[in-house]
Design a protein around this ligand. Structure first.
Ligand SMILES: C[S@@+](CC[C@H](N)C(=O)[O-])C[C@H]1O[C@@H](n2cnc3c(N)ncnc32)[C@H](O)[C@@H]1O
Length: 203
């Protein structure tokens, strides 16, 4: 059985009991270095994820009769590894345990309801900003290529009056949440740690 476990934004208290139980019962734990480090007391086999997802599917196929847990940040089916795994294996061989996504966590912190929010990602992809910025409320998972500064530039290029809520290192001790007009966003996306962005209309 392959169990894909959403581990939430990072802090242990934002993990579900189901996630913890799945990890405790795993024979093999698969995840990024940052995620594996959250389980120093896991004494089974650990496999570090790299960018070769095709190879990971082959590797998982060879081990599908073992209890394999694949760790995914936030929720596995929100721009995570869950989609690829559920597309690659029959449903009876996969179990998905949902987690709290970084965007849900950020909305909770700023008490912003998630009704009618358009949720998307720039992580490893190029969003259509014309279409995206036609929405009044947007939540974006980001990466180092398209992060807060690039998003701010796209807003300014369209003359929109918006606010960016930038949530970095969410749920961690170095968490930082800033609410800025686009013109005040720092000049380079390397100025920001791992982050998600909520875009709102300026009131
Ligand atoms: C591959 S996506 C996965 C999104 C994830 N499935 C979710 O539900 O949040 C990875 C991105 O999630 C966001 N992310 C994950 N954990 C975060 C955290 N603790 N603080 C801020 N952003 C985070 C970042 O935008 C990061 O580049």
């Amino acid at each position: 059985m392959i169990t894909v476990v959403g581990i939430g934004p990072g802090a242990a208290e934002y993990q579900t009991a189901a996630a913890r139980q799945a990890v405790a019962q795993a024979e093999i734990l698969v995840g990024g270095a940052r995620h594996l480090a959250l389980y120093p007391h896991f004494y089974g086999e650990k496999k570090k994820l790299d960018a070769d997802i095709d190879q990971l599917m082959v590797w998982l196929e060879q081990r599908r009769y073992q209890q394999v847990v694949v760790l995914a940040s936030g929720d596995p089916l929100f721009y995570g590894i869950g989609k690829r795994i559920s597309a690659s294996f029959p449903p009876e061989q996969v179990r998905i345990i949902p987690g709290i996504s970084a965007l849900q966590y950020l909305c909770a912190q700023i008490q912003q309801d998630m009704n009618d929010i358009y949720l998307t990602s720039s992580h490893g992809r190029s969003p259509d900003f014309d279409w995206l910025l036609a929405h009044p409320k947007i939540g974006m998972v980001t990466d180092k290529v398209i992060g807060p500064r690039k998003i701010a530039d796209e807003i300014l290029a369209r003359g929109q009056r918006r606010l960016l809520v930038i949530g970095e290192n969410l749920s961690q001790s170095n968490q930082r949440i800033t609410i800025l007009k686009p013109e005040h966003v720092a000049s380079g996306d390397d100025m920001y740690d791992i982050n998600v962005v909520v875009i709102l209309n300026e009131r």
